[in-house]
Write a protein that binds this ligand. Structure first.
Ligand SMILES: [Zn+2]
Ligand SMILES: [Zn+2]
Length: 332
């Protein structure tokens, strides 16, 4: 009889030990995944907040004499002539909706393509996407990849919290959970994580769509204007190339908040250029490739990037480029 009782007790204690070991194993796995996603989330958030937006380089500012001339001049057409003369040597392919040179009166510079003046930061920001109050920073060329990763890891973090709490959340409603203060934590965690997940998911999906189209939020609302008119797909190079523009060529770095975006924030390959690439045999993509992780935003020699649209005597090039442009538009 005692033997049977002893065997029973041993059996029960063995079951409890296995259960405890399983719980410990589960807790260990949860802890590792939690901290991994937490570190990546904080890293991306940190980089999004503390990476300063990049402004155009000095080549885009008017010289002192041009600035004085521009300020004194009251006739808008003469002012435009001054800007056109300066812009001729700059890699500028877009213009205002009224086909004028994009000029920032506040910063007194010719805006590079995709550059916009942020009224909060009070400066022109390269490839400006939007000013984000959540990170208190401008999201643009220098930190767009970090911003996307910040959204992605926020989602991972929320999913992790929701799924690990779900078991206890169900227990709470089936009244299997002991009546402790943990009940409040379980409820709070579950609802907050689910709420954030739903709201961030829509924003993240929208930005994934923008990356696929190679558009900024600003360009999604107002199409960039090229010589042949507004073209919302003007910077789109195809789905795969568009992704590489933001995340870089090496996929092993895509999930880490380190700078791998292509380009220098000033030269952007357009569909028009891609066509020109075919016509002339030059590889513009190589020219716009950035120095990668060295994060060098300096503008390359401007003579190499002579303004295709504004240069005089290139009418034939423009028209042939436009012809090809139309062809691609129809194809895509
Ligand atoms: Zn400005
Ligand atoms: Zn800003």
């Amino acid at each position: 009889m005692w033997k049977i009782i002893r065997c029973g007790i041993l059996q029960i204690s063995r079951i409890f030990t296995i259960a405890a070991q399983e719980e410990e194993g589960k807790a260990a796995i949860y802890l590792v995944i939690f901290h991994l996603s937490f570190v990546l989330f904080m890293w991306s958030y940190w980089k999004t907040i503390f990476t300063p937006p990049v402004c155009p380089s000095k080549e885009f500012f008017l010289s002192q004499s041009d600035e004085e001339h521009y300020e004194k001049e009251e006739r808008p057409e003469v002012q435009q002539e001054i800007l056109k003369r300066v812009a001729k040597e700059l890699p500028v392919y877009t213009m205002t909706s009224t086909k004028l040179i994009r000029y920032c009166e506040k910063c007194q510079l010719i805006k590079p393509d995709r550059c916009h003046h942020c009224s909060v930061c009070n400066k022109c920001v390269l490839k400006m996407d939007h000013h984000c109050p959540w990170v208190n920073n401008c999201v643009g060329f220098s930190n767009y990849k970090y911003f996307l990763l910040f959204l992605f890891y926020s989602l991972v973090y929320c999913i992790l919290v929701t799924t690990t709490v779900l078991e206890y959340f169900i227990k709470f409603w089936t009244t299997n959970l002991r009546n402790t203060r943990a009940q409040f934590h379980v409820l709070f965690l579950f609802f907050v994580a689910t709420m954030f997940f739903i709201s961030i998911l829509s924003l993240f999906c929208y930005h994934l769509w923008l990356v696929g189209k190679n558009r900024t939020t600003i360009e999604a609302f107002r199409a960039p204007v090229f010589l042949n008119g507004p073209d919302k797909n003007g910077f789109s190079l195809g789905w795969s190339k568009n992704w590489r523009q933001v995340f870089g060529d090496e996929k092993k770095y895509w999930l880490f908040p380190i700078f791998t975006s292509l380009g220098d924030g000033v030269h952007f390959p357009t569909r028009l250029m891609m066509d020109k690439e075919h016509v002339t045999g030059t590889n513009h993509h190589e020219h716009t490739r950035s120095s990668g992780s060295t994060q060098n935003f300096s503008v390359g020699p401007l003579s190499e990037s002579k303004n295709f649209l504004l240069a005089t005597g290139s009418e034939q090039d423009v028209s042939s480029g436009m012809k090809n442009h139309v062809t691609v538009s129809i194809e895509s």
